[in-house]
Write a protein that binds this ligand. Structure first.
Ligand SMILES: [Fe+2]
Length: 171
């Protein structure tokens, strides 16, 4: 593939990542608003929302520097609707358990996107984009690691609270 075509792919994948972070912000915000009984999880989610907004901005800066721009809002909605529903569409009593599972999965979706972007930025010689993606990757990995430890805590806390959470969900 020639350099021009490679760069076009890299631009497209950066736009996809930008859309992914936009979607992550929406999902995290929805989840964080529903987990008042899980203060530690809520606090971490809120911290990751701020981190995610910064990731989106850093990607936007990469796109601008490369002479292009993020996708429109319509593209984003079309691409991520299905995954978004998995995270924010449920109103079942155990949504915090499903939500934590979905968040862990989503972090790995993000990790795979940045791992691929690193390879693509490397081959076209865009060192700044590579550096940014490596930096964001570390943040996603840290969030995934934290969630990994937290998953059994979430299910245990849910079961201990079971009656009251289920009752609240039905209100
Ligand atoms: Fe992210």
């Amino acid at each position: 593939m020639d350099q021009k075509a490679m760069n076009e792919y890299l631009d497209q994948w950066l736009r996809d990542a930008h859309a992914m972070e936009e979607q992550a912000t929406t999902m995290l915000t929805t989840q964080a608003s529903r987990i008042e009984h899980y203060p530690e999880l809520k606090q971490k989610m809120e911290q990751h929302i701020r981190e995610t907004e910064s990731q989106r901005d850093r990607l936007e800066a990469c796109l601008t520097r490369r002479g292009t721009s993020p996708s429109g809002a319509k593209d984003i909605a079309a691409k991520f609707t299905a995954m978004g529903q998995g995270l924010s569409g449920t109103v079942m009593g155990d949504e915090v358990v499903k939500g934590a599972m979905a968040s862990y999965t989503f972090e790995h979706f993000e990790i795979s996107a940045y791992r691929e972007l690193i390879g693509a930025a490397d081959i076209v010689g865009d060192h700044e984009t590579k550096r940014v993606c490596e930096e964001i990757l570390k943040e996603e990995q840290a969030m995934a690691d934290w969630l990994y430890e937290q998953l059994p805590v979430v299910s245990r806390t849910f079961l201990e609270r079971a009656g009251s959470d289920a009752a609240e969900a039905k209100r």
